[in-house]
Design a protein around this ligand. Sequence first.
Ligand SMILES: Cc1cc2nc3c(=O)[nH]c(=O)nc-3n(C[C@H](O)[C@H](O)[C@H](O)COP(=O)(O)OP(=O)(O)OC[C@H]3O[C@@H](n4cnc5c(N)ncnc54)[C@H](O)[C@@H]3O)c2cc1C
Length: 364
Amino acid sequence: MFLLRALIAAAITTILYHIPVRDLRQLLKFTTGIIDGAAVISNLDSTYESHDKFPPKKTPEHFDFVIVGASPSGSVLANRLSEINGWKILLLEAGGDPTGLAEVPLVVATLYPTTYNWGTHAEPQPGFCSGCLDKGARYGHGKGLGGGSIINFMIFVRGNEGDYNKWEEMGNPGWGYRDLLPYFRKLEDASNVTLKDSEYRGRGGPLGVSDVPFRTKLTDVYINAAQQAGFSYVDYNGKQQIGVSHMQTTLRNGMRSNAENSYLRPIRQRTNLKIRTGAYVTKILIRPDTKEAYGVEYKKSGKMYTVVAKKEVILSAGGLNSPKILMLSGVGPKSHLEEIGKMLVGFVFSSLEYSFSIREKLQK
Ligand SMILES: Cc1cc2nc3c(=O)[nH]c(=O)nc-3n(C[C@H](O)[C@H](O)[C@H](O)COP(=O)(O)OP(=O)(O)OC[C@H]3O[C@@H](n4cnc5c(N)ncnc54)[C@H](O)[C@@H]3O)c2cc1C
């Protein structure tokens, strides 16, 4: 397989060298085609599926936990739950293995128009995005092991203490900043952050966090100006979050740290964890009497499969796709579900009310 890849890479380089590129848009289209093609090739022998005998001999398969979406949250859960030997975990991800480009800062921008991004466009709305070609915003969200963390901008900010405390006050015990701090410390390896508030920061965790190694003179001018205006120079992931600072990023030794290389890659050989890529979940199965989720339906290589979760189904498919999967399963805004009700079987009405309007470029 290595030889095949090397040959393909050599062929691509030769073609690229000989093609006359007339404009940038053409170059972008061409690069996108190459990356998408390489993604197909690299997923032919996904190292994640080496100990997963797929398709299963008997269906439905049974697992203790079924996790939908290898997002940052799904990846952490797959890692932590599979620490318990006696539990069997299945992680289903619609995308594939991330390409090596996902670990190269800046170059990662070439992944936005590719298969590693769901490519969702927002509907045009009055007053927004007037400068965009189709008057609608592009809503990037990552597709592949690691979710958004394989294409994101690496800015490492924990969020403000007051927000977490407000969530707790709203009736969510355990979500206050003091409760979360041990986990924030545990997840990071901030050894390469120069100014750090040690009481608040972690070392040796899976996610690499570093100062940006390259700083322009303009940044220093900006920081100096802010300090002269009275702002202190702070570790904004520490006790004092208001001030001025250089950026902290999810980098380790100059490479991008993401959920896949931090949480999944180191444990992919665990035999109690199956990680299935190209597995598109279409529905959560819910018992009509108890309203409990007991499994999911998903599509892989053109075929539908059912899997049963003995303990829990965990939905971690991101801010757009999680509610979408819930609605496809009959959970969502009652009026909307009633409107399209004829298409749905086994309704679970809920009073959940929210609205959004999107158009997906890539319908699967
Ligand atoms: C371009 C960009 C830049 C960003 N920059 C930053 C930044 O600098 N700093 C920062 O902190 N955050 C940044 N973010 C945000 C950050 O990446 C997200 O907040 C984070 O990834 C969200 O995680 P999530 O757990 O909600 O799910 P997601 O990351 O959205 O992951 C969802 C996963 O579920 C999978 N999935 C979806 N539907 C299905 C289905 N039906 N079946 C199976 N699998 C499915 C998806 O393919 C994906 O892998 C950025 C995001 C983007 C897109």
